[in-house]
Design a protein around this ligand. Structure first.
Ligand code: G4P
Length: 547
């Protein structure tokens, strides 16, 4: 590691030094940084919009978050790729005030644009809200994302959405949560009226009934009327009796919200609602503020916590290159871990020991960018043209610190890449390494073949499209991608490699960091090999899902 520069960090460019408010921990205490995890169509986008509505960040029509098709302007070919697929590649951080708090909602791209970024974003969150469709319960993508949360013992809140439509029995949904993800559900609210005939919810903490009324198109906050139990019984009749009956059953199983087990990722507070009609949205957002943890000191590689009031530090969890071809820029997103970040600060990139001037720090809100002047623990900042910055990097001023990197996740798709035009091989090779370093795809090589035909590994198809697009447009190396028959990977070691390589339907390839990955054609085949050869090292990778 090169020598670290002295106290270059902390200089404030050409601006006059300002008195630094002494208390990052106070600012941290007001912040909640979380992500929403869900299967496509469960209602993540709708709930996000409604959170913004309740946070006052959307004034008139909800709907500026997911600009589907028409609203996007074709300003660059990158946008073109987005437009062609009608998806958002640029995942965003939405910051808005709520009560006297600052909410940072990290967007986890989903759908067809599911990629490793989706997982990485979770590394920057302190909690997650799992959105379930009341008619569907836990779905495959919910499970995969949950695995990443579990890896970090991340506190999880649950929103059972679409209660305005016919759906499943609430008790059955709770059983499913428990059975499928092994987290104990603890309802904070309980629906009155079966799915499809949603009247309101009982707040289990007070026993009161919150009756909802619709507003046109869900464009404004839902009306809420607070009724005491006797009044509610009179107004809602059978629906009330049914709900209180279910609650008695619940009480018997002790499904009460318990802060300690929630923070440990053992139980999950559950809220019922309908994002479309805004029913239960405020209660859910209150839950985030009241229950989700504020940013805490982050532990470094030596297992020592970096105090919130220590000088600035942060870690990079996502790098988005070339979003806008006209500017050819590269945004590196970092989360502030300690201290106060101030635009113009010169921070040290821990990996290289090099200084980096943060003159162009930005906050990205949907498609809009805005210069950020300062940020506090829990906040996310995008650095423009941070070419030297990589995913997993630690940034600091004054007092060095190294945070653990972000793991690479279990790939599920494996495609061979070849340069279409052999005269462009050099460009192809440097492009592939660049994409690997940026974490766009994982690059696996057979040492005997080298860069002729590396295998690109990913968790989502989208990553290949981005890789191919960038190889052609940015590096001038059109690429031919062809699928392999591999579907599952395990980490292995040098001792196990020869035996594995000699087997049918198995290959062993290497990542740039030397990690050996054994690839199998099917989980069935993997299970056979594991059963027959317990002596071989075959370790699971993060986020395999469905365990
Ligand atoms: P996602 O981001 O998780 O993929 O879900 P999204 O919010 O896009 O919602 C998927 C569909 O479900 C949308 O309908 C949306 O309007 C609907 N939806 C979301 N929340 C609720 C709810 O509480 N109740 C009901 N009934 N529907 C809900 P769409 O027709 O696919 O899209 P759009 O035309 O409304 O945009």
């Amino acid at each position: 590691r090169p020598d670290r520069p002295g106290r270059v960090a902390g200089r404030r460019g050409d601006r006059l030094p300002e008195p630094v408010p002494a208390d990052p921990s106070q600012e941290a205490a007001r912040r909640r940084t979380f992500a929403i995890i869900s299967h496509p169509d469960a209602g993540k986008t709708t709930l996000t919009e409604k959170f913004l509505l309740y946070g006052g960040a959307l004034t008139s029509e909800a709907g500026s978050v997911k600009a589907k098709g028409a609203r996007r302007s074709a300003t660059s070919d990158w946008m073109e790729l987005e437009q062609k697929r009608g998806i958002s590649i640029t995942s965003t951080v939405l910051q808005f005030p709520y009560r006297d708090h600052v909410i940072n909602l990290l967007d986890t791209p989903g759908h067809r644009d599911f990629s490793e970024d989706t997982y990485r974003v979770l590394a920057a969150a302190d909690a997650a809200v799992m959105v379930l469709d009341a008619a569907k319960g836990i779905e495959p993508q919910t499970l995969k994302l949950f695995e990443v949360c579990r890896e970090r013992d991340m506190p999880l809140l649950t929103f059972i959405n679409k209660w305005d439509r016919p759906g499943r029995d609430p008790l059955e949904l709770l059983d499913e949560i428990e059975a499928q993800i092994g987290v104990h559900p603890a309802p904070v609210t309980w629906p009155v009226g079966i799915a499809g005939d949603f009247r309101g919810v009982i707040d289990r903490r007070t026993g009161d009934f919150i009756r909802f009324t619709r507003t046109a198109g869900g464009a404004t906050e839902a009306g809420e009327e607070l009724l005491a139990p006797d009044e509610a019984a009179e107004r809602e009749g059978e629906a009330w009796t049914a709900a209180t009956g279910e609650l008695e059953l619940l009480e018997a199983t002790g499904a009460d919200v318990d802060e300690e087990s929630f923070l440990a990722g053992i139980s999950t507070p559950v809220y019922f609602g309908s994002a479309l009609t805004n029913f239960g949205v405020r209660l859910m957002l209150d839950g985030v503020v009241d229950l989700a943890p504020a940013p805490a000191p982050r532990v470094d590689v030596k297992d020592e916590p970096r105090p919130l009031d220590a000088p600035f530090s942060g870690f990079v969890f996502k790098v988005q290159a070339n979003m806008d071809r006209a500017h050819r820029d590269r945004l590196a997103f970092f989360r502030v871990c300690s201290g106060r970040f101030e635009r113009g600060m010169v921070v040290t990139i821990d990996r290289t020991g090099r200084p980096f001037a943060t003159k162009y720090a930005q906050q990205v809100f949907g498609q809009d960018r805005e210069t950020v002047e300062e940020a506090w623990p829990g906040d996310v900042v995008g650095l423009v043209n941070a070419t030297d910055v990589r995913i997993g990097d630690t940034l600091w001023v004054d007092q060095p610190v190294t945070f653990a990197g972000i793991p690479s996740f279990a790939p599920e798709l494996f495609w061979v890449a070849r340069a279409k035009d052999t005269s462009r091989f050099k460009q192809f090779r440097s492009g592939i390494s660049q994409l690997d370093e940026e974490g766009v795809v994982q690059v696996l090589r057979d040492p005997e073949i080298g860069d002729q035909a590396p295998v690109l590994a990913a968790v989502g198809q989208m990553q290949f499209e981005v890789a191919a697009h960038r190889l052609e447009n940015e590096f001038g190396a059109p690429v031919e991608l062809s699928p392999t028959s591999y579907t599952v990977a395990r980490r292995t070691d040098a001792e196990s490699e020869p035996a594995l390589k000699s087997m049918r339907g198995v290959d062993v390839l290497r990542r740039a960091d030397g990690t050996r990955l054994a690839l199998f054609e099917s989980s069935y085949w993997l299970a056979r090999v594991e059963g027959d050869h317990p002596e071989l090292v075959l370790e699971r990778l993060v986020a395999e899902g469905g365990s």
